[in-house]
Design a protein around this ligand. Structure first.
Ligand SMILES: CC(C)(COP(=O)(O)OP(=O)(O)OC[C@H]1O[C@@H](n2cnc3c(N)ncnc32)[C@H](O)[C@@H]1OP(=O)(O)O)[C@@H](O)C(=O)NCCC(=O)NCCS
Length: 183
């Protein structure tokens, strides 16, 4: 399948309760153990912030009788009050927060470097803007914030995020960098 047909075949849907385990499994394959979220935290975020937990799915061609989708990547966030990514947002979703804190962007190893993550982020940003438009002034999202390791700085720059410098957050063993995208 060529690149365009592959990207066009991606289906974006919010991650339902049945796929939370699969998302958690993808994360544990993609992150070192000291950085990965537990299934409990995934379950909490899925129930508290469903429209901030977006999956990229491929149609499973081996299934003939009904449409079966397999999860190959996802983005998961919570809302926070602070204007940049906070450690508290990793365990607490503030439904009145204005900052969308992205905790995880993860793509199945089998499908990396094929544009899935960039495409997923584009869809995610578009959905946040649309959702925000339908909220009243007090409920609007103002920005997306995240932290990443140094080697992924070019990835987030490609997606339109602005590098704010080294983060104060200590989590796992490596340095983190702050990124923000104003909505
Ligand atoms: C980071 C991750 C989500 C990228 O997913 P992906 O679908 O492979 O990314 P894309 O194909 O959309 O990448 C687009 C561009 O970003 C950059 N990029 C992506 N992954 C990169 C990596 N591991 N190192 C350096 N640059 C990278 C490249 O410029 C790439 O373009 P190119 O392939 O033409 O060179 C994926 O590698 C992953 O799941 N990693 C493990 C979890 C993780 O570290 N997530 C980020 C948390 S902050």
């Amino acid at each position: 399948m060529d690149h365009k047909s592959f990207i066009d075949s991606l289906i974006f849907e919010y991650v339902n309760t049945f796929d939370v385990k699969r998302a958690c499994q993808l994360e544990s394959e993609g992150f070192p153990p000291e950085e990965a979220f537990t299934l409990e935290r995934f379950t909490y975020i899925q129930s508290a912030a469903l429209t901030l937990f977006l999956g990229a799915y491929l149609s499973d061609s081996s299934s003939t009788s009904f449409r079966k989708l397999s999860l190959i990547g996802f983005i998961m966030s919570t809302l926070a009050d602070a204007p940049k990514f906070t450690k508290e947002s990793m365990s607490y979703h503030n439904p009145f927060g204005k900052t969308v804190c992205i905790h995880t962007i993860c793509v199945d190893k089998l499908y990396r470097r094929r544009g899935v993550a960039l495409c997923m982020l584009k869809e995610y940003i578009m959905r946040l803007k649309n959702e925000s438009q339908n909220r009243d002034m007090n409920g609007k999202y103002e920005r997306i914030a995240l932290i990443c390791h140094e080697h992924l700085i070019p990835f987030y720059q490609k997606a339109g995020f602005i590098l704010k410098g080294e983060s104060e957050i200590i989590y796992g063993n490596e340095k983190w960098f702050d990124f923000v995208l104003e909505l």
